[in-house]
Design a protein around this ligand. Structure first.
Ligand SMILES: *Cc1c(COP(=O)(O)O)cnc(C)c1O
Length: 402
């Protein structure tokens, strides 16, 4: 299946995606095909299979079986313009696997300054040892973006919104400039998914997601994906095969199960996030709310222009509080767990300080009071909005009681 997008609505596409009869048989979902060895009927069949490295063909467990094929087929179908999707054991494996697919020693990689921290660290660590040089750029300075390129620039890594600080950059414009300059553009599209932001049709070459988040949706599995048109898909697939990347059929089945309800969960968490973000804006303890979903946010205009959805992940910055006060706040919360990740059915709160992971843009941003710098990221789950608001209100109360 190639990414076809538009024929049906989002809900219908999520229900139909990847459910080929040859994989499901007479039941609704593809069974969990646990297998390493695939048995051949004859020596002639085994020999014939050797040169055949096509998708959806039995060969050996490392190339998957119908459970994994159904998941990658489903994700391809949901990403307009994709020829195929490679699955990885985590979102980070997808990011690094995609980077290794497009870069070689001597290349220069451009990375958006507000990317996910492991993306930054892998560029400065693993990729550096392989002879790739990374330069970080300010994704909001469109006028200067072209000047960041040199004749060795091979790839541009984007992410919307930026991790933790939640700013949306002009992806179609940045991707178009990258293409003009002969560079391949990769984007971490975990936040909105292909449902809320069709990354390839906005000009990106490779769309990456951590499936751990919305596709899994239940905080019980880890996986990543990269989808691309024919040219880059081949590269992704060859590199993933060389690295021996394979995902378990059990996890693929969990991801397929999560995928069916992803649209509903995203809509619900967007609704709740909007209510909470608006409420936080009214609180005297809060200096800034960073949520592209709400009117008045610095990223709202671009979100409205380019996105058809989002999710319940957003951040806010405390007004002049110290770390001890912030700790009292999160320690008091009962419905928000303290932890990494997001996209599960349960809400989370994560304190963050981005100053040490920005090099091309300032933190706090220009015009903000220096004292307003300690952030908290909220991942909104499926709880009732009023209960979450009450929980946060209790947290604020405890925050200022030393
Ligand atoms: C969590 C996350 C990842 C990494 O995904 P894992 O599955 O945890 O490895 C990548 N990008 C973003 C934006 C994330 O939030």
């Amino acid at each position: 299946m190639t990414g076809s997008g538009g024929k049906h609505g989002k809900g219908t596409r999520l229900v139909e995606a990847g459910r080929r009869k040859e994989w499901t048989g007479p039941v609704v979902n593809p069974p969990v095909w646990r297998g390493s060895t695939h048995l051949y009927d004859s020596e002639a069949e085994r020999k014939a299979a050797i040169g055949n490295n096509r998708d959806g063909q039995f060969y050996y467990g490392r190339r998957g079986a119908p459970t994994q094929w159904a998941l990658s087929d489903a994700l391809t179908g949901l990403e307009e313009g994709a020829a195929g999707t490679v699955l990885y054991p985590s979102g980070v494996a997808a990011i690094t696997g995609a980077m290794l697919s497009v870069l070689k020693p001597g290349d220069v990689l451009l990375v958006q300054d507000n990317v996910y921290e492991p993306t930054r660290l892998n560029a400065l660590g693993l990729l550096k040892t392989f002879g790739v040089e990374t330069r970080f750029f300010d994704p909001f300075d469109l006028d200067c973006f072209g000047d960041v390129f040199c004749d060795k620039t091979r790839a541009v890594m984007l992410e919307v919104p930026g991790s933790l600080t939640m700013e949306i950059c002009d992806v179609p414009r940045l991707a178009a400039i990258a293409r003009e300059k002969g560079a391949v553009s990769l984007i971490d599209n975990t936040w909105a998914t292909s449902l809320g932001f069709p990354a390839l049709s906005h000009g990106c070459d490779i769309a990456i997601m951590s499936l751990t988040k919305h596709v899994g949706g239940h905080s019980d599995m880890m996986m990543g994906s990269a989808s691309a048109g024919e040219r880059w898909y081949r590269k992704l697939r060859n590199t993933a095969q060389a690295l021996g990347h394979v995902v378990s059929p059990d996890d693929a089945a969990l991801a397929l199960r999560g995928l069916r309800t992803m649209g509903l969960r995203l809509e619900r968490t967007v609704d709740t996030a909007r209510q909470l973000a608006e409420w936080l804006k009214t609180r005297p303890e809060v200096a800034h709310v960073m949520c592209p979903l709400i009117e008045g946010d610095a990223s709202h205009t671009l979100w409205k222009r380019d996105f058809t959805g989002g999710c319940g992940l957003f951040s806010f910055v405390l007004k002049g509080r110290d770390e001890a006060a912030r700790a009292r706040f999160v320690d008091t919360l009962e419905l928000f767990g303290i932890g990494y990740s997001w996209g599960g059915y349960e809400s989370l709160a994560l304190p963050f300080d981005p100053a040490s992971i920005r090099s091309a843009t300032p933190w706090p941003p220009e015009g903000w009071d220096e004292a307003d710098r300690l952030g908290i990221r909220l991942a909104i789950g499926l709880e009732d909005p009023q209960d979450l608001i009450r929980d946060l209100a209790r947290g604020f109360e405890a925050m200022d009681q030393e």
